[in-house]
Design a binder for this molecule. Structure first.
Ligand code: IMP
Length: 427
């Protein structure tokens, strides 16, 4: 019954694709349990680079069944174009399973996302503009459209009309936009139905049976812990639960089934979009991290904000996710710094604070308290074991592990598939 959850321990973009790579052929099912095409990870297979937004990374492995769980929001046009892009490159996508209970991102959700952001002005969240928040809002408001609705035209029409009733009032009267015609939306959605049909399944049943049969199931979180709607830096968060509990609700698997929770942790910190970020750098070090680390969003092409490692956040991620392991990524990006500052606590209103404050205002005022660790200049990309790393790199990893509260079981030392040091096996 090996069910593993793999999730971002910071603000997303920690390099989850690399961890999935390491597990490679041993995984039978890879499941996305929340988010939508706001995510983005790059997976390198041989000399081929794939940027995935909605599909689980398991789509690239012939032995694996990729699953889009009920907790995901699906933009059918994006999904179909992602699938056809892969098919054109010779990737077989026929094993994909999509939950009939997953909610659909419609064109009106995308419009609402964009106008709402514009309306917020200076207070905007910096969303990806993909309709994620409005689709989850409709789900919670019980006016959402689910994948299964595509197969009952009359229900679909009623639901789209009901959803647009209020939205068109908002679009025309509040946002000064044109109303959206329900029949056009219905027609567009029905146009996707046949193409999606072969993939639609009772994924909850499939996954629970797979676990009964001792298959290896990997739950892949999008975004990261600090972007979680409940546990992140609200309101500067996404509208779902990337944290470990989200895997249970977003895939229909009970918590007793989860055997391992792996947090992906970058050796420094990045964030896209607005919101507090205590260790953010505005100097040449930040610029160098961005340049060397290639810190530009896979989904939006936006530059990522960069800063030093924050152990307070890592400890918080250990706590809210019950992490059993960390996968430390991009250690090679730090090669060349003589000294590397690491945030060990915050100063808030003159007081030293060791743990993430629950109060949003306190977090906004948090100033990082740094400890400085000696850096290394040797190339580490060829390191195959922990002992191959220069002493200072070893000490940096050990210090992070001690501060973060869970063992670092793997280390990424370069972008390539095999540029990973495995310390403890995940399976
Ligand atoms: P939304 O998910 O598009 O609603 O955006 C909400 C916030 O989450 C914004 O700050 C986005 O930049 C951020 N966000 C969403 N998806 C990702 C991701 O995959 N990586 C990093 N940040 C993300």
């Amino acid at each position: 019954m090996p069910a593993l959850v793999l999730l971002g321990a910071q603000w997303g973009d920690e390099g989850k694709g690399k961890a999935t790579d390491l597990l490679g052929g041993s995984v039978d099912y890879v499941v996305r349990y929340q988010g939508g095409n706001n995510a983005g990870h790059t997976v390198v297979v041989g000399d081929q680079k794939y940027a995935l937004h909605l599909l689980p990374s398991g789509i690239l492995s012939p032995s694996c069944t990729p699953v889009i769980g009920n907790g995901v929001v699906v933009d059918p046009s994006v999904l179909l174009s992602e699938l056809s892009g892969l098919n054109e490159r010779g990737v077989d996508t026929s094993k994909l399973l999509i939950s009939g209970n997953a909610h659909i991102i419609t064109p009106y959700h995308v419009s609402m996302d964009k106008v709402a952001e514009r309306f917020l002005g200076k207070r905007k969240i910096g969303t990806t503009g993909r309709g994620i928040g409005p689709t989850y809002a409709d789900k919670i408001n019980r006016v959402g459209i689910r994948v299964q609705d595509l197969y009952d035209e009359s229900i679909l029409t009623q639901k789209v009309e009901a959803a647009l009733d209020v939205k068109n009032q908002m679009l025309t009267k509040l946002y000064n936009r044109r109303a959206i015609a329900a029949d056009q939306v219905v027609e567009e959605l029905l146009g996707y139905a046949e193409q999606l049909k072969p993939y639609v399944a009772d994924t909850v049943l499939v996954l629970n049976q797979a676990l009964e049969d001792d298959k290896v199931v990997l739950f892949e979180g999008g975004q990261g812990t600090l972007l979680d709607i409940d546990h992140g830096t609200y309101p500067f968060v996404t509208s779902s639960n990337p944290t470990a509990g989200g895997a249970c609700t977003g895939a229909g698997v009970g918590p007793t089934k989860i055997s391992r929770v792996i947090g992906i942790l970058k050796a420094y910190t990045t964030r896209v979009g607005a919101g507090p970020f205590p260790t953010e750098l505005f100097d040449e070090d930040g610029e160098a991290l961005r340049r060397i680390g290639g810190e530009r969003g896979v989904t939006t092409g936006r530059d990522r904000r960069c800063g030093w490692f924050d152990a307070v956040i890592a400890r918080y991620a250990t706590r809210v996710n019950g992490l059993t392991d960390f996968f430390l990524t991009k250690l090679d990006v730090l090669t060349g710094w003589e000294q590397i500052p690491v945030c060990v606590a915050y100063e808030i209103d003159g007081k030293r604070v060791e743990e993430l404050p629950y109060s949003q205002s306190d977090f906004h005022h948090a100033k990082p308290i740094y400890e400085t660790l000696p850096g290394w200049s040797e190339d580490i990309t060829k390191a195959k074991s922990f002992s191959d790393l220069p002493k200072n790199a070893q000490n940096y990893v050990k210090a992070l592990e001690e501060m973060s509260g869970a063992p670092i079981s793997a280390i990424g030392v370069g972008p390539g598939r095999d540029e990973t040091i495995e310390i403890n096996s995940f399976l």
